[in-house]
Design a binder for this molecule. Structure first.
Ligand SMILES: *[C@@H]1O[C@H](CO)[C@@H](O)[C@H](O)[C@H]1NC(C)=O
Ligand SMILES: *[C@@H]1O[C@H](CO)[C@@H](O)[C@H](O)[C@H]1NC(C)=O
Ligand SMILES: *[C@@H]1O[C@H](CO)[C@@H](O)[C@H](O)[C@H]1NC(C)=O
Ligand SMILES: *[C@@H]1O[C@H](CO)[C@@H](O)[C@H](O)[C@H]1NC(C)=O
Ligand SMILES: *[C@@H]1O[C@H](CO)[C@@H](O)[C@H](O)[C@H]1NC(C)=O
Ligand SMILES: *[C@@H]1O[C@H](CO)[C@@H](O)[C@H](O)[C@H]1NC(C)=O
Ligand SMILES: *[C@@H]1O[C@H](CO)[C@@H](O)[C@H](O)[C@H]1NC(C)=O
Ligand SMILES: *[C@@H]1O[C@H](CO)[C@@H](O)[C@H](O)[C@H]1NC(C)=O
Length: 821
């Protein structure tokens, strides 16, 4: 019973837990206990499961109408609350009582018809209030208590007058009023009273309003940090009048002109921007959509500016303006065909011209403070660069001529530009008259980019002097034979080196000598096969190596074991990795080091058909272990078989040889002329008898019978077996066997006899003549295969010393030898 109770309690508990967590899943935890998002969940209430510690809550795209003080649970730590598009119509008083520590409140996109007069009361800490697109028609909002307010964003409403409630002038931190895309057409002096009272560095955004008229002096004595008036006027005429009416205004950053997507429009007057002369500004950002048939006076009223940015424009030429405070000039895409001859601006520090269209450049001069020159992306063609184009500019430290067409470098191209620190020519075709000393004198240069400049490096002196060079990018160029070996020597400060895509097939150990600071080495898209240079002791500091898209099939164990210790990025992808069992150590290394290998999934085995992309990391090492065992087993078996065969061959070498001869030479042997009448098989113990009796009686009497005796007639150098068969048995018509006690005991004799026997059986010829030299026991006789049988079947000659029987013996023997059949 008790058990049952416990169980049901447990069940109830788990249901509760389930419900609880199910609740929490309505919102996504972004940072635990801090940052939650419930966006777009069709919620009608704030989930009570949110931890009290939550600081940021995105509750956009839900349903929360009406908004009153019962909506929010107590969330004292909540600072940022986003209620965008929650269908809120009604905001009651004290709504935010439970979330009173909010610093940011976003109510954009709600069709609010009622703001309770105390609706924001509790928000004493609010800094940002976003009321974009909430149907406002005036700025008279109940913000009284928001004394910490810094930003009020009320864009995309129907506000007609920029009159701020007077209490805002007491908000000490109020800095941003964003009124973009409202319905303000008129600004009068009494609309700007509060702004003037604030008197601080405010940002005022009035872009995309239909401004028609500004009362002259409405902005008198107002100081703005930023004024945005892009597309803020109903017409160009209105713009002219309104700008003129801004007299007495001082602005730090002025944003004028149009938005990029606006169509270009023709102006009827070159001086259409003259209104800018009526007030003061330091920096101006300008997107020009107006064009005119002849020269426009765009810069005339910018003479006092410190920074001019023309992001886009239709100017075809730049008039001469005696700028005297200008520090930065940026010209984006315009209709300029020539980079303006900018000279004698004593204050100019930075010049950037990045047109998308082809331009020409005749140089700039007398700019003593100029440090930064960016003329990239102008399709320039410059010959005899660079000193002659930069005259009286000794301070240039940054020169960017990348993404141009062609640049020819003179001898001593950087003469007088010895403070250069950054030099960028990438993707510009370079012509080098001399390689020797082109960068001479650039002792401060630390960044050099000459990637894709179509240079073939032939001199190893090219980078002489660049002892401070830290970054060298020279991808997409070429090296003549062996130049790479010494080209980069002495670049002892180098930390980043990019020689990707240079057709390099080999790098010698000494190429990177002395680069003790090198950290990042890019060698992608070459034809490298071996990486032995990585063990060069000077490369200890390397942390990343990119050798992707090369021809590497494997890396030797020596290199793998001696890689720089701090190496943490190693890109080996897109190489034809040899995934065979012979490379098992390398593959294993790949599998174990996936963490520091870049794109391990792109390390593909080449051994397999190109259509099937087997990743090296998926290679089945076990199959190799299996194969290895199988191979070892097979090899052992083979060795055993070979050993056994050798043994057999050794044991039966004569028989085998004889077999061979039988199989191959038997037929031809018939035709062969026999060189001997008889081959004598005898034991060497019986040699005396053979020499004194046999030879004497057969060879030395008439007609002489030619005998073949092994000690006399066998060819030297030939094996005994071969001699027995070829000289003895095959070379003689008959075989005389001298049987004695010794004969029976000799293995050689027995072998010879067996051979002879089988040979003559093949020949079907009873050509074996047996001489019994001495009596041998029958039992012993049987030891010699066939002898006993032969004696029984055929007649034999028995030797006797008795002269009469001896004479008969010789006659019978002679007859037997001479007989043809
Ligand atoms: C400001 O807030 C306090 C309470 O925090 C409230 O008593 C007072 O009425 C508020 N002032 C206005 C003008 O709403
Ligand atoms: C903008 O203001 C004008 C009056 O200046 C008014 O006639 C017009 O209806 C307003 N437009 C909107 C969208 O509120
Ligand atoms: C505005 O800010 C600049 C620096 O940001 C400061 O020098 C200047 O005094 C400020 N002006 C006012 C009115 O606060
Ligand atoms: C530039 O500043 C000088 C005073 O430094 C002033 O006299 C002149 O009117 C200003 N020019 C323009 C176009 O603002
Ligand atoms: C040079 O200009 C190009 C193109 O504008 C830019 O991508 C590159 O980063 C610049 N080089 C340097 C060193 O800043
Ligand atoms: C190299 O650069 C450092 C600063 O980065 C500078 O102090 C040093 O003088 C330079 N070396 C040479 C030889 O100019
Ligand atoms: C490297 O420096 C040494 C001594 O400073 C010099 O003799 C040698 O020629 C230099 N090598 C290169 C390739 O510049
Ligand atoms: C490796 O990195 C550590 C810590 O970043 C550093 O202290 C050490 O000097 C480095 N070793 C080498 C050989 O560069």
């Amino acid at each position: 019973m008790l058990v049952l109770q416990k169980e049901s309690m447990f069940l109830l508990g788990s249901i509760l837990i389930l419900l609880h967590t199910g609740h929490g899943q309505e919102c996504i935890k972004i940072i635990k206990d801090m940052d939650y998002s419930c966006a777009g969940r069709k919620l009608t209430h704030i989930p009570s499961s949110l931890p009290i510690t939550v600081r940021t809550l995105d509750f956009s795209f839900n349903f929360l109408n009406p908004l009153d003080n019962s909506v929010f649970p107590l969330l004292v730590n909540l600072q940022v609350l986003d209620l965008t598009r929650c269908h809120i119509h009604y905001i009651d008083d004290d709504t935010f009582y439970n979330v009173k520590n909010l610093t940011t409140l976003i109510l954009s996109g709600n069709p609010v018809t009622h703001f309770g007069s105390g609706c924001f009361n509790s928000l004493h800490n609010l800094q940002r209030l976003v009321l974009v697109d909430v149907g406002l028609d005036s700025l008279q909002l109940p913000l009284n208590n928001l004394t910490k307010l810094q930003e009020l964003k009320v864009g995309t409403n129907s506000i007609q007058f920029m009159t701020l409630p007077s209490f805002i002038s007491t908000f000490k931190n109020f800095t941003l009023l964003d009124l973009h895309a409202n319905n303000i057409s008129i600004i009068k002096t009494d609309h700007t009273v509060v702004l003037r009272e604030i008197g601080r560095n405010m940002t005022l955004i009035l872009s995309r309003n239909p401004l028609l008229h500004i009362e002259p002096g409405a902005f008198k004595n107002i100081y703005l940090k930023e004024l945005h008036i892009q597309a803020a006027f109903v017409s160009l005429n209105a713009q002219k009048g309104c700008l003129q009416a801004l007299t007495g205004l001082t602005v730090d950053k002025l944003f004028i002109g149009n938005y990029r997507m606006v169509m270009r429009m023709k102006v009827s007057n070159a001086d259409y921007l003259d209104g800018l002369c009526s007030f003061n500004f330091n920096e101006v950002y300008f997107v020009q959509k107006e064009w005119y048939d002849s020269e426009m006076h765009v810069f005339r009223c910018m003479v006092n500016a410190t920074k001019i940015t023309v992001k886009r424009g239709y100017i075809k030429s730049m008039e001469y303006i005696p700028f005297h405070r200008l520090k930065e000039l940026y010209l984006g895409p315009t209709l300029l065909s020539v980079i303006p001859f900018i000279s004698k601006i004593p204050s100019l520090e930075k010049l950037m011209v990045n047109n998308k269209l082809p331009m020409t450049f005749h140089g700039i001069s007398d700019l003593p403070l100029l440090r930064h020159v960016d003329l990239s992306g102008n399709t320039l063609i410059l010959m005899g660069c660079c000193s002659s184009f930069f005259i009286g500019t000794p301070n240039i430290r940054y020169l960017n001529l990348s993404r141009n067409s062609e640049i020819g470098l003179d001898t001593m191209p950087f003469f007088g530009l010895y403070l250069l620190e950054v030099l960028d020519f990438h993707h510009t075709k370079l012509f080098l008259t001399f390689h020797y000393g082109i960068f001479k004198g650039l002792k401060n240069l630390y960044y050099l980019d000459i990637s894709y400049t179509s240079v073939t490096f032939t001199s190893y002196m090219t980078f002489q002097d660049l002892s401070n060079l830290t970054v060298l990018k020279m991808a997409g160029n070429y090296f003549s034979r062996d130049t790479l070996c010494s080209l980069l020597q002495n670049l002892t400060s180098l930390e980043v080196l990019d020689i990707s895509h240079c057709g390099i097939d080999e790098i010698s150990m000494i190429s990177f000598k002395g680069m003790q600071k090198l950290q990042h080495l890019y060698l992608s898209q070459n034809m490298l096969m071996v990486l032995d240079f990585l063990v060069q002791p000077d490369l200890k500091q390397l942390t990343s190596v990119y050798v992707d898209k090369n021809s590497i099939t494997s890396i030797s164990p020596n290199v793998l074991q001696n890689l720089p210790i701090n190496l943490s990025v190693f890109d080996l992808s897109s190489n034809p990795i040899d995934c065979s069992c012979s490379q098992i150590d390398f593959i294993l290394w790949i599998i174990e080091n996936q963490k520091f290998l870049k794109e391990p999934d792109n390390i593909i085995c080449k051994t397999f058909s190109p259509s099937s992309d087997l990743r090296a990391t998926d290679f089945d090492i076990d199959s190799c272990v299996h194969n290895k065992r199988l191979t070892v087993g097979l090899v052992i078996c083979l060795l055993i078989v070979v050993f056994v065969i050798s043994l057999i061959v050794y044991r039966f070498q004569f028989h085998l040889r004889y077999c061979c001869i039988l199989l191959s030479g038997y037929r031809s042997a018939r035709q062969q002329e026999c060189s001997y009448d008889a081959f004598v098989i005898f034991s060497s113990y019986d040699e005396v008898w053979v020499m004194t009796e046999l030879v004497e009686n057969l060879e030395n009497s008439f007609p002489p019978i030619q005998l073949c005796l092994h000690m006399r007639d066998f060819e030297a150098g030939k094996s005994i077996a071969a001699n027995i068969i070829e000289e003895g048995i095959m070379g003689s018509r008959k075989v005389i066997v001298v049987v004695s006690q010794h004969f029976i005991d000799s293995t050689w004799c027995r072998f010879e006899f067996e051979m002879a026997q089988s040979w003559f059986i093949m020949e079907r010829n009873a050509n074996i003549i047996i001489i019994i030299l001495e009596d041998v026991q029958e039992k012993k006789m049987k030891k010699v295969i066939g002898l006993h049988k032969h004696l029984k079947k055929n007649t034999y000659l028995k030797w006797s010393r008795d002269p009469l029987s001896s004479m008969r013996f010789w006659i019978r023997l002679r007859k037997a030898i001479i007989a043809t059949k």
